[in-house]
Ligand binder design. Structure first.
Ligand code: PNS
Length: 169
């Protein structure tokens, strides 16, 4: 039986840090599902479909792309994980500052569904300072994020910037 992990997140947008984590995860799991949360509590820059398309494009030429599925989920993550079905949630850790939020989330998910475990992987050192939030902030302020996000993401960020006349925030 193949091992499957669900890698959930907002991915607004996906960064090279996310891709680094995905590649590390693929050394452990046969298949990974990138599950984009339709989280009504957040106001994303990109729609769910845009995020999904960017991830698919970024993975199209990836040698292990065929082992990755991109999906959306509504509601509780653990409920989605059970429908896969999978028993592992994959999350990345960059710094100690991530830990408290991740710890809370992992323990809540365990409380909600004890059969599902959360596994943490440390992000590669090259990417520890990157987050979707900071990438958006840099681009919206006119900075360059080349090499920090997939090409398609850089292009789409530029398009959003033009379309919104620099007033996204
Ligand atoms: O990339 P993010 O925004 O840190 O990802 C957070 C995410 C989407 C994994 C988390 O908010 C989530 O799982 N949302 C779904 C709702 C849920 O299950 N909440 C209970 C876990 S605390």
């Amino acid at each position: 039986m193949s091992s499957i992990a669900v890698y959930p997140g907002s991915f607004d947008p996906i960064t090279n840090g996310h891709l680094d984590l995905l590649e590390r995860g693929l050394k452990i799991f046969d298949n990974i599902i990138i599950a984009i949360a339709a989280n009504p509590g957040k106001t994303p820059l990109f729609t769910l479909e845009e995020r999904c398309d960017m991830i698919r494009t970024a993975l199209a030429s990836h040698p292990a792309g065929h082992r990755v599925k991109v999906d959306l989920f509504h509601g509780l993550l653990v409920d989605y994980v059970k429908t896969v079905p999978a028993r592992a949630i994959l999350r990345g850790l960059r710094a100690i500052s991530d830990f408290e939020y991740e710890f809370q989330m992992a323990l809540m998910n365990r409380k909600l569904e004890p059969e599902v475990e959360t596994l943490f992987i440390m992000t590669g050192m090259r990417w520890i300072f990157i987050s979707s939030r900071i990438i958006k902030e840099v681009v919206m302020s006119g900075g360059c994020v080349n090499g920090l996000v997939p090409e398609i993401v850089e292009k789409k960020l530029q398009e959003k910037l033009k379309g919104h006349n620099n007033t996204l925030y």
